[in-house]
Design a protein around this ligand. Structure first.
Ligand code: C2E
Ligand code: MG
Ligand code: MG
Length: 376
């Protein structure tokens, strides 16, 4: 009994030292513990092994022959569990897996829901590799040209990030933006992209090509009240470019979440001479109210949301009226997601000539964008 107590105390000490502030451990009964851990992927499992190794050999390290067998069951918490937390349910399932291992008289662990674990592992992998990707050049900024349909000239571009991930391969923003937003890392990525864009603008200025580029600002950057105007001021000083070369894209959803912060950031940015654009207009719920409250320079109408489903005739009417309304409000407009000549012609007939979309160009690496002539 006393040798067993000694081992349990040792185990508890080892595990507690390895936990972060957001993790927890508890003893249920006898030699059964429950641990709540973050899914840290393979790295965390290796770390666990380092902690459990000395427990396994505890007696042998002290000259005795008893080997300790460790069995575990893992239940991976799902998004649904977060909605409705039921600890007994999760522990029962972990316990069931642990029993399976124990019954084999082997040691190790089994997963109740391995698919969920795999998903979490991928997310952990993305998060763990962001700093390395920034350093090693795995992150790229691509440009999608914006054109004036009437003059046939390139009037700017939107900077969009791409990630050539060591393990997972080539990633599009839809694979990692939300993961980075959830884990609080999106600002690091955005700062990298903004820096790279200013660097490119400076190089193009030196070559005598003056461009303006739209950059994305995550709604989380607004919510966390990062000093966005300060960051952009520092960047234009660092690279000797002018503020009118940057168009700052803020999404409509940021307005729904934090109207006051969004308005104060927009005002500050515009006072400093930057252009501010409302991204993805037409995709959210607060559009009309937002139009009245936020003093942006340009509205980016997302054609995709308006034309993908429903009555086409109605969609065209809505788009036409929106263009008129934005014009009457003395704001500029650009349509994004333009895929066909029909859409381009329609937009132009309705009075919107600035466009971005696959019909003209897909996003491309900086070197390719550089080579484009002004006329399309
Ligand atoms: P967004 O800002 O609305 O960017 C436009 C997206 O539409 C881009 O997707 C672009 O490739 C795509 N697109 C352009 N033309 C067409 C078209 O004709 N048809 C269709 N179906 N799609 C078109 P991408 O590059 O995958 O980016 C997706 C979203 O990820 C962006 O939407 C933006 O919200 C976010 N994002 C991209 N780069 C960054 C970044 O550096 N920082 C932040 N915070 N978000 C970013
Ligand atoms: Mg955008
Ligand atoms: Mg957009």
């Amino acid at each position: 009994m006393s040798a067993g107590d000694e081992l349990l105390r040792f185990w508890a000490k080892q595990i507690m030292e390895s936990l972060s502030d957001e993790e927890a451990v508890g003893r249920i009964t006898a030699d059964r513990f429950v641990v709540l851990r973050r899914n840290g992927g393979e790295e965390a499992l290796r770390k666990d092994d380092k902690v459990l190794g000395p427990v396994r050999t505890y007696f042998m390290d002290r000259g005795k022959e008893n080997r300790v067998l460790l069995c575990g069951g893992v239940y991976v918490v799902t998004p649904a569990d977060r909605q409705q937390i039921n600890i007994d349910h999760m522990m029962d399932r972990a316990s069931m897996e642990e029993k399976k291992v124990r019954d084999t008289r082997n040691e190790g662990y089994e997963f109740y829901n391995p698919e969920q674990w795999e998903k979490g592992k991928q997310v952990a992998d993305i998060i763990n590799h962001l700093p390395a990707a920034i350093k090693s050049g795995g992150l790229h900024v691509w440009y999608q040209p914006q054109v004036n349909y009437e003059t046939r000239k390139i009037t700017g571009a939107e900077a969009l990030c791409r990630w050539d991930h060591d393990k997972v391969g080539f990633l599009y923003p839809s694979d990692f933006i939300s993961v980075l937003e959830e884990s609080g890392l999106i600002y690091d990525l955005d700062c990298f992209v903004w820096d790279k864009v200013c660097q490119d603008l400076h190089r193009w200025n030196e070559q005598g090509i003056r461009r303006s580029v739209s950059v994305n600002v995550s709604r989380c950057d607004i919510r966390e009240d990062r000093d966005i105007p300060g960051q952009f001021s520092r960047l234009i000083q660092k690279y000797g470019i002018t503020p009118d070369q940057l168009r700052i894209e803020i999404t409509e959803t940021a307005f729904a979440e934090n109207p006051d912060l969004l308005i104060s950031n927009t005002n500050k940015l515009r006072e400093l001479g930057f252009q501010v654009e409302m991204d993805d207009f037409g995709s959210g719920y607060s559009s009309l109210h937002m139009l009245k409250e936020v003093p942006v320079d340009r509205i980016k109408l997302d054609l995709h949301f308006l034309t993908s489903s429903g009555d086409q005739k109605k969609s065209r009417t809505i788009v036409g009226c929106m263009i008129q309304m934005v014009e009457l409000l003395e704001m500029k407009m650009i349509a994004e997601g333009v895929e066909t000549v029909g859409q381009a012609k329609f937009l132009h007939d309705q009075g919107c000539s600035e466009m971005q979309g696959y019909y003209f160009y897909k996003p491309m690496p900086a070197e390719e964008f550089e080579k484009l002539r002004e006329d399309i």
